[in-house]
Write a protein that binds this ligand. Structure first.
Ligand SMILES: NC(=O)c1ccc[n+]([C@@H]2O[C@H](COP(=O)([O-])OP(=O)(O)OC[C@H]3O[C@@H](n4cnc5c(N)ncnc54)[C@H](OP(=O)(O)O)[C@@H]3O)[C@@H](O)[C@H]2O)c1
Length: 292
């Protein structure tokens, strides 16, 4: 890969950029400023979700850019209260309306379970997926995917679904690199994608130390080391940033590579920097509202 818009070919033939731009909290009041700046910086792959409330802004920013819709890759997701066959169809139509487009490049189920205690999650996932498969058949979605699915959740789809997931978006960064889930995805031809790719490891002294040393050694920022680490592992990072400086910094990771030893070092960090939610085990204060 030589730039953010160099592509991977997904398991159904769709090509998508090796880095995207995350729009969670990219609201800046109600303006399109952050997303418009990201488009000017050169990003063409944008991640949104019904729960982020950025779909309208993303659609507007794309239209304002004057760049044809076909040059963008848009991923959106249906939220936990939009699961089920009928609900998924409605959720998809609402996302299209908010984005002002007539198709999505990627459409993902945001979480594998509507809540951690749901014993019927397998059926719910398959019913939701069936709706997505029909939309895929109709050409309204170019590739189907998952988010926060662990191998046992993916296996339900791999065994029982007609269309296999093309991507799986997971929390991945040094300090929480989800080795088992990433290995499963790569072995099954599912492209892993990293949310929170820059991590929130500031309080972990070992992860901080390792990243600080590598930033100095390679003459790069800690953010760039994190993103390069994900790129080296075949994972698509989707960092969010608020201004041109961070956006450009995050794109500038194609003129160096990490040694195999340093990739192992970062892959084996203490697993202490997790910020998300576990799909199968809810924390008492996060029962119905996982990390988005
Ligand atoms: N599937 C899911 O369940 C899920 C969950 C969470 C997020 N996501 C997706 O993943 C995207 C990324 O995750 P995220 O936004 O939580 O975390 P992130 O991209 O890892 O981190 C964003 C934070 O890093 C800062 N930052 C960006 N570039 C930087 C740089 N070069 N140097 C220093 N700091 C930098 C940003 O600050 P500034 O804003 O000040 O630049 C912001 O505070 C989201 O926007 C969303 O699209 C998906």
């Amino acid at each position: 890969m030589k730039s953010v818009n160099d592509t991977y070919t997904l398991n159904n033939g769709l090509k998508i950029p090796c880095m995207g731009f995350g729009t969670y909290k990219a609201k800046d009041g109600k303006s399109t400023e952050i997303i418009g700046t990201a488009i000017r910086a050169g990003y063409r792959f944008f991640d949104t979700a019904s729960i982020y409330e950025t779909e309208r802004l993303l659609g507007q920013a794309i239209r304002e850019s004057g760049i044809p819709r076909e040059e963008f890759v848009i991923a959106s997701k249906l939220w936990i209260d939009e699961m089920g066959y009928e609900q998924a169809k409605k959720a998809f139509a609402a996302s299209l309306e908010r984005l002002g487009t007539d198709y999505l490049d990627l459409y993902l189920i945001h979480w594998p379970r509507s809540n951690a205690a749901d014993p019927d999650w397998r059926t719910l996932d398959l019913e939701t997926w069936r709706a997505l498969e029909e939309l895929y058949d109709e050409g309204k979605i170019r590739a189907l995917g998952c988010s926060n699915f662990l191998p046992h959740h993916l296996e339900n789809l791999m065994v029982n679904a007609r269309v296999k997931p093309a991507v799986n978006q997971l929390e991945i960064h040094p300090g929480y690199s989800q080795e088992a889930a990433v290995a499963y995805c790569l072995a099954q031809g599912i492209r892993p994608m990293a949310w929170a790719p820059l991590g929130r490891f500031r309080d972990n002294p070992i992860v901080n130390e390792a990243l600080g040393q590598m930033a100095e050694k390679y003459g790069k920022s800690v953010a760039q080391i994190c993103l390069r680490f994900e790129l080296e592992k075949g994972i698509i990072p989707i960092p969010k940033a608020s201004g041109m400086e961070h956006m450009k910094n995050n794109m500038d990771i194609f003129d160096f590579s990490l040694s195999a030893e340093d990739v192992w070092v970062l892959s084996c960090m203490p697993q202490t920097a997790w910020i998300g939610q576990h799909p199968d085990f809810a924390l008492p204060d996060k029962k119905s509202n996982p990390q988005q």
